[in-house]
Design a protein around this ligand. Structure first.
Ligand code: 5GP
Ligand code: ZN
Length: 134
């Protein structure tokens, strides 16, 4: 897609710090990192988000994210990993080319969960489970 910054990163017209590449995916450093080594994994073909991706493309991104997570843990000696995938504006996506954030984590690194933890009522769990169970 001609006006997509991540497509331009794949074709090399915008520079990036490549971490690894395979047939279907490209992984590179996020230039506004949450932590040292924060890496983005994208499909080489333009797909907007989880809902528009075919299952195979999403699987390629997920398996490459796992490879990157293991690589970062091995090379950086991190204590854990957080993987995020935002889809659409309501899901906090800001660049509309599918990507997974792979964020190395250290004990007490100061990052916060983006939601408050509070228990749901039994009634609300039953209600939503009835609505979404296949
Ligand atoms: P989103 O908010 O859509 O989940 O994530 C987009 C990510 O892309 C952000 O974390 C942002 O820092 C990163 N980003 C935006 N523009 C560029 C860029 O030009 N190069 C790189 N490497 N990362 C970018
Ligand atoms: Zn794109």
């Amino acid at each position: 897609m001609s006006d997509c910054i991540f497509c331009k990163i794949v074709d090399g017209s915008i520079p990036s710090y490549k971490i690894l590449e395979n047939e279907n995916c490209y992984a590179f450093l996020d230039i506004f990192p949450a932590n040292r080594g924060h890496t983005l994994v994208i499909p080489k073909k333009h797909v907007k988000d989880v809902h528009e991706a075919d299952a195979a493309t999403y699987a390629h991104v997920a398996s490459t994210a796992k490879e990157v997570a293991d690589l970062l843990a091995a090379k950086l000696g991190s204590d854990g990993t957080t993987i995020f995938q935002m889809s659409r504006e309501a899901g906090w996506q800001t660049v509309f080319h599918l990507h997974m954030h792979v964020i190395p984590r250290w004990d007490n690194d100061g990052l916060h969960k983006p939601w408050d933890i509070a228990p749901a009522s039994e009634e609300s769990l039953i209600d939503v489970a009835q609505q979404i169970t296949k």
